[in-house]
Ligand binder design. Sequence first.
Ligand code: AMP
Length: 220
Amino acid sequence: MSKEALRVVFLGPPGSGKGTMGKILAEKVTVPHIAVGDLLREAVRAESELGKKAAEFINAGKLVPDELTIGLTREKLSSGECKHGFILDGFPRNLVQAEALEKTLVELNIKLDAVVYFAIPLSLVVDRLTGRRSCKNCGAVYHIKNKPPKKEGVCDACGGELYQRKDDQKEVIENRFKVYDEQTAPLVNFYVNKGKFLEIDASLGIDAVFGRLASVLGIN
Ligand code: AMP
């Protein structure tokens, strides 16, 4: 697989490591990591119109309405930034979005190289989510046990303040799992039937999961 033209979608439950792997892979192959959750949180921080509409859904662990996320993703994929590839993380999250992505790819005359499914039991991701801390300033992600910052509460990368996302709190996590089971999990069949579906064991540590990811994508 040509590294320069890598076009992949990451699929998997919240806390399965899509964001962590997206960041590492993006550096390795020099294609942008397009994380729709990050884009939405940026919009919330910037208090843009999109952000104002999205905030209540994000904080409740619900999906932001399709008309907002579909437009946002289409705009990104059509931009020069994604000309030579992308790692799309957190989109699609339901069948309507998956169909919209198919349409966008046809319009742009590009094809996905792979859909990578991060397989992990939901029981294992609760700890990953409740222990996650994110930087208010640059969005870097830590874990209090698995990937602690050098100084508690402070981002190694930019010195920004670390916080726990509202939707990483226990009460909201349950709702995110329910949304995942009902709306996102059916996409596994959607992509299995289309081919190009690759599954990795996402329950291992960061280095081991990246090793498997690189291996299934043919990157060394
Ligand atoms: P994430 O950072 O991927 O865990 O996403 C955090 C939250 O952003 C989700 O729980 C949703 O509220 C929202 N979100 C992210 N991606 C999408 C999407 N494709 N469709 C709808 N909502 C999304």
